[in-house]
Design a protein around this ligand. Sequence first.
Ligand code: SAM
Ligand code: SF4
Ligand code: SF4
Length: 345
Amino acid sequence: MNHGPGEVIPLKAANDVRDQLRRPVRDLRLSVIETCNFRCPYCMPEDAFPFGATEGSAFRLTFDQLETVVRAFVRLGVSKLRLTGGEPLLRKGLPDFIRRLTAINGIEDMALTTNASLLARQARALHKAGLHRLTVSLDSLDPKRFAALSGGRGRLADVLAGIEAAEDAGFERIKFNCVVQRGVNEVDVLPLVERFRGSGHVLRFIEFMDVGTCNGWSRERVVPSGDLLKRIAQHWPLRSLQPNYRGEVASRYAFEDGQGEIGFISSVSAPFCGDCQRARVSADGQLFTCLFASAGHDLRGLIDAGEDVLADALAAIWRQRSDRYSERRAEAGEAEHVEMFRIGG
Ligand code: SAM
Ligand code: SF4
Ligand code: SF4
């Protein structure tokens, strides 16, 4: 059975699936491509992932297959969808795909995470296609540091042009993600706050995470959100805000002077596994039930068997889920984790 546009999905089926910790699945991160034009050292360091070696287009799901994945997840209760990568704007035909996804009854919120280097050319088409929201990764406003943080591949000017184009195209309340690493880009924190305060956009600071296998993570390089909060509040007083919805990963703070809000994603210092309602599917059709999983569930055969079979299989996998890696980090040992660029954050 294929639920077409406008067709009502039975609420019972949509709400019933719970994992071992009683968590539903509400949020799907769908990677549309496994490669990237940047080589951010914390995600896809070039010595481990040279250009040309990571492209796997032969295994990449088609848009038809990706749409089947989304439709099946909607039947389990997913209403929020985020397209990601790798760098999703490298995938040809993305606006047409987004247009198809907007027709799916049940998707209430569709966002895309991008490094914005290719956004200037695509912002208008993405907005026209019906994409609701954009998240832009931006770790520095200093051109030299920005270049280094992209592995020598990105130009800050391209990203700033992309942001301007997105604003012109009509995207509002863009989220900006900055991963903060001790001794690397802490100096960028206050300038970023200053730049986005009062802009109508929302800046979020993300703790450097031990994702993947080769980003040289160590706890010493993590700047706890609490420290950043204090530093920022010394310049611009802040008050905490309630989450927008259950399972929101960022803790929100408003500027006391009414100039908008900022957020902190504290996966290391304050894990939020108890509310984790998020599934991730890589561009080659592997389902990961945790950002730190070492292995995925291969969905390709199930996708080709159709939406009914896939939805049943996804429900069975979700019911078995018991992940809470961040809460158990200290005792977790040296397990291999899936690479961040495969599942998109
Ligand atoms: N290429 C797109 C981008 O950079 O926005 C989308 C995919 S990227 C993997 C998604 C997010 O993961 C980015 O905001 C990036 O900063 C974040 N990320 C990657 N590696 C990380 C790490 N080790 N710790 C925390 N965040 C990380
Ligand atoms: Fe590419 Fe995004 Fe990873 Fe940077 S964070 S290497 S832009 S996928
Ligand atoms: Fe969810 Fe895994 Fe992150 Fe915990 S560690 S919040 S279970 S993705």
